[in-house]
Design a protein around this ligand. Structure first.
Ligand code: AMP
Length: 213
């Protein structure tokens, strides 16, 4: 199973991608998670990406394509994968296609999780995450057992700095301008399937399972 997950920030694509990767035993690769780790670790990549991320802008294509290329040539995607948050621009989608062709990897589907702008702003203002295991919580639909504490490892939950409303609005604009055109790209390749993300996580998961077959 080789999939790309698409959707605006806050669509729940990360949550669904993790669930599906666990259910199917394939690798989940989130470029946002990789970049946040790089920022936290103070690596060269992290230093270069941090400023863009804080403003809700995309990091330059060359940086992110290099990151994915390392994973592909390292063989990490050989036994099935879900790419989450990549590609985010048409040049990234084109590069990915070339990298797949070179490495004889076939893409099965691009799954778009669709959610309206108002719902996104509402959701992200209530999103918390665990800095240790990356688990996501949402008030009031998915609350931790103990207020502010991760159920899985007891770490103190945090807010993502780019989930503040002004930054969220910018991320939505960036999504429309730079990322939405790749929906057309995958439509032309006959790979695009769309799922409504405006339902409970369990119901969305059922729709995702149906869409990927
Ligand atoms: P995410 O966790 O997917 O929402 O990503 C958080 C931030 O990381 C984005 O707002 C971008 O600044 C950066 N980022 C993640 N993936 C990409 C990508 N494929 N291309 C450019 N920037 C990215």
């Amino acid at each position: 199973m080789n999939l790309v997950f698409l959707g605006p920030p806050g669509s729940g694509k990360g949550t669904q991608a993790v669930r599906l990767s666990q259910a199917k035993g394939v690798v989940h690769l989130s470029t946002g998670d990789l970049l946040r780790e790089a920022v936290k670790g103070g690596t060269e990549l992290g230093r270069q990406a941090e400023g863009y991320m804080k403003k809700g802008e995309l990091v330059p294509d060359a940086l992110i394509i290099g990151l994915i290329e390392d994973k592909i040539t390292g063989g990490e995607l050989n036994n099935g994968f879900i790419l989450d948050g990549f590609p985010r621009t048409v040049p990234q989608a084109e590069s990915l296609k070339t990298m797949f062709e070179k490495n004889r990897i076939g893409l099965d589907k691009a799954v778009l999780i669709a959610v309206s702008d108002d719902e996104i702003v509402k959701r992200l203002s209530r999103r918390w995450f665990c800095p240790t295991c990356q688990a996501i919580y949402n008030y009031p639909t998915n609350v931790p057992r103990k207020e502010g504490i991760c159920d899985k490892d007891g770490a103190e939950l945090q807010r993502r700095p780019d989930d503040e409303e002004g930054v969220v609005r910018n991320r939505l604009e960036v999504y429309k301008k730079q990322t939405q055109p790749i929906e057309v790209f995958y439509q032309k390749e006959s790979l695009l399937v769309e799922v409504s993300g405006e339902d409970t996580p369990d119901n969305v998961f059922q729709s995702v399972l149906k869409a990927v077959g």
